[in-house]
Each structure stands twice: as structure tokens, then as C-alpha cells.
Design a binder for this molecule. Structure first.
Ligand code: ACO
Length: 349
């Protein structure tokens, strides 16, 4: 039994936020943002309208309909996000509720930018083992609720946007679908791209501190937020940008090559590469390193920013809607992100 992508969908909030708009609240310029990241605008969710799970539901409904199914046909949900509606329970059960499905299992994945790749890998195994037939895999993020809109947070805030993407993975006897996935992680670098609070870290970093850009130790409040955390900015994501850039440029191509080797292909065989939309400059470095021409890579970070777990399904869906992915194409998905985690998937469409 193979697992094919039977339907895909995406949803982004209506509100477009341009780089110019960000210059009104922080010391940055559109030129700086475009030059370093390629991002021109992103979408921000509307308060009291969109949440991570409602955006996921919008994307999921499209994917389910395109698969020719109804919500009752879904056997299992895999939900990837780093920006859940609640600290607990995870957003998977909320998505299940929005879709009006009862009883099926919901699994939440916390591997950040690689969440969708981890998600389809899990779904692929369940389908191959015969346990489930139709699995909904979703990546959704509502970053705008958790960013630092002062100049202090500008290196992180300008990069991220909100949105959701979904895919229905379906059992098939046809010779198509997920050919291989590879998943990797190295927790040694956990603090180089992280959001520490609320958490149980105890105020100390136990990992390798060399090259860490965070100075000192994070404020600790157990699972509570404190005034000290707010004053210090410890309630926002921390990113060692240059370090992330360097590791991403090594790990992305390694995962793509591994997926090709595992299936007897080379990067020349890939018809469409969908890299996680971390930063346009990272995508260009990968493309250059693997010798993949512009026509065989799809990027849309220019319009949506980095939507973390949602970026791959959004880009995959948009490329497919534009007719850039056709039956029989070899499609490669690849990601790198916080953890660090990285991985790739190769799909015969
Ligand atoms: N506007 C203007 N100036 C800025 C901004 C901004 N938004 N952000 C940082 N700067 C300034 C810094 O303060 C610094 O000033 P200084 O030299 O006076 O100290 C200067 O620009 C250079 O800062 P760096 O952080 O060293 O800038 P860098 O050239 O590394 O670019 C960036 C930062 C774009 C974040 C880059 O490191 C990067 O792209 N890293 C990869 C990280 C990434 O893509 N993360 C995405 C999320 S993770 C993922 O999805 C894999």
C-alpha cells in the first residue's frame, strides 16, 4: 500500500502586512528585509476571527473536498504547529472539533519548521502498515500573536507570517505517492532558535553554550509569565540568525540528497522542489548547491513570510494550483528549523 496526496488546501488571513507597515513600529527598512530575506509582505490573522486551529480547519476543508471526501472519512489527524491555540490541549483536537469529527485520534507534532515533513512521514507509516486509510496532515501557525514588535525583536519579527496548509494522505495501490521520508534532529542546538517561556527550564541552559547569541540565562517563572520576563523580552522567540543560516545551508541539501539516494534518483530528477520557506536566500543557496534551475523550485516567501509548519503545504498547494505540479512528477519537500530538526520527502505525484 502506498500513501498518495489525494487533496491539498491552504488558507491565509486576508490582512496583508507590508514591510513598509513594519517600519512604522520598529527601526527597519523594506530594503533591509528584502535584501536579507526576500520577504515583501506577510499575512496577519485577525483577532477574534482566526486562530491557529480555525485557519487549519479552513485549509483542511479544501483539502478534504479536493480529495473527494467528507470530514467523516478522515481516520486520523496529524497537526504540526509551534503556535498552538492553547498551551494544552494541542490544536489537533480543536481542529477535529471544528470539522465535526468524533472519536478519531489526533496527534500534535512539535518540530517547528519541519513539522509538516514529520507529519507526512508519520502518516505514510500508518497508511503503509494498514492502520489508517485517510489521514489529514496539517501545518498551521499564528506567529503574529507572539512576536516582539519593538526594534529589539526586528531580526525575528520581520521574517514570520500566519497561515495554514493541509493535505489528505490516502492509501492507494497505485504506483505513486510518498516514496521516502527522512527525519533528523540535533538537540545540541536547541537554544539557537527557541521560545523559552512559559516552560520548565528552571532558568538554566544545559546545552552547548558556544556561539549562543542569547546573553545570560533566561528568566524562569515555571509555567507562569513574570514581569521580569516581560521587561527582559524573554516572552519572545530568540534566534541566532547567522547560526541558523549556516546550518540550514548544510542540512537542507543533505536531506534532499539522502531522499534521492534512498530511491535511486539524483537532484536532476526532481521536477519540483518545495523548500520550507525559511528565507529566500537560504532557498537560493540550496538551489545553487544542487544545480536546480529556477523553474524546478517554488518559493512564495515573498508574499507570505516564513509560516514555519505551514510553509511547505502552502507552497505545495499554491504550486499545484498554478499547474506547476503534474501527475507523475517527482516532487521533493525539504525543511530545516528549530531543534535543530531537518528532513525531506520525495513524492511521485
Ligand atoms: N532591520 C534592520 N536591521 C536589522 C534588522 C531589521 N529587521 N534585523 C537585524 N538588523 C541589524 C542588526 O541589529 C545588526 O546591526 P549591527 O550590525 O548594527 O549590530 C545587523 O542588522 C546585522 O544583523 P545580523 O543578525 O547579523 O543580520 P544577518 O545578516 O545575519 O541577517 C537574518 C539576519 C536575516 C535573520 C539572517 O541571519 C538570516 O536569514 N538567518 C537565517 C534565519 C532564518 O531564516 N530564520 C528563519 C526561521 S528559522 C527557519 O525557518 C529555518
Amino acid at each position: 500500500m502506498n500513501a498518495k496526496i489525494a487533496g491539498i488546501g491552504f488558507y491565509v488571513p486576508e490582512r496583508i502586512v507590508t514591510n513598509e507597515e513594519l517600519t512604522e513600529v520598529m527601526d527597519t527598512t523594506s530594503e533591509w528585509i528584502v535584501e536579507r530575506t526576500g520577504i515583501e509582505e506577510r499575512r496577519y490573522a485577525e483577532k477574534h476571527k482566526d486562530t491557529t486551529s480555525t485557519m487549519a480547519a479552513e485549509a483542511a476543508k479544501i483539502a478534504i473536498e479536493r480529495a473527494g471526501l467528507t470530514a467523516e472519512d478522515i481516520d486520523f489527524i496529524v497537526f504540526a504547529t509551534l503556535s498552538p491555540d492553547y498551551y494544552f490541549p494541542g490544536s489537533g483536537v480543536l481542529l477535529q472539533r471544528h470539522l465535526g469529527i468524533k472519536n478519531i485520534g489526533c496527534l500534535d507534532i512539535r518540530t517547528q519548521c519541519t513539522g509538516f515533513i514529520y507529519g507526512i512521514s508519520v502518516a505514510d507509516q500508518y497508511i503503509k502498515s494498514g492502520m489508517y486509510k485517510n489521514i489529514l496532515v496539517v501545518g498551521a501557525e499564528l506567529h503574529s500573536a507572539g512576536l516582539d514588535f519593538s526594534t529589539r525583536g526586528r531580526n525575528v519579527t520581520v521574517i514570520f507570517g500566519d497561515g495554514a496548509g493541509a493535505a489528505v494522505l490516502q492509501a492507494t495501490e497505485e504506483d505513486k505517492g510518498i516514496l521516502t521520508t527522512n527525519l533528523h534532529a540535533d538537540g545540541e542546538f536547541a537554544e539557537h532558535l527557541a521560545y523559552f517561556n512559559p516552560g520548565t527550564h528552571g532558568g538554566v541552559f544545559l546545552g552547548d553554550k558556544s556561539d549562543l547569541t542569547y546573553e545570560g540565562e533566561p528568566e524562569f517563572g515555571g509555567m507562569h509569565l513574570t514581569q521580569e520576563m516581560m521587561d527582559k523580552g524573554d516572552i519572545f522567540p530568540h534566534m541566532n540568525g547567522r547560526y541558523v543560516f549556516k546550518h540550514a545551508c548544510e542540512k537542507f541539501p543533505a536531506a534532499i540528497k539522502e531522499a534521492c539516494e534512498a530511491t535511486g534518483h539524483t537532484p536532476d530528477d526532481i521536477n519540483m522542489l518545495i523548500p520550507h520557506q525559511a528565507n529566500l536566500r537560504i532557498s537560493q543557496m540550496i538551489q545553487l548547491g544542487l544545480g536546480i534551475e529556477d523553474e524546478r523550485v517554488y518559493n512564495n516567501i515573498q508574499k507570505y513570510g516564513n509560516t514555519t509548519a505551514a510553509s511547505i503545504p502552502i507552497a505545495l498547494c499554491e504550486a499545484w494550483e498554478k499547474g506547476l505540479i503534474k501527475d507523475g512528477d517527482l516532487v521533493c519537500l525539504a525543511a530545516f528549523g528549530s531543534g535543530f530538526t531537518w528532513g525531506a520527502a520525495l513524492i511521485r505525484w
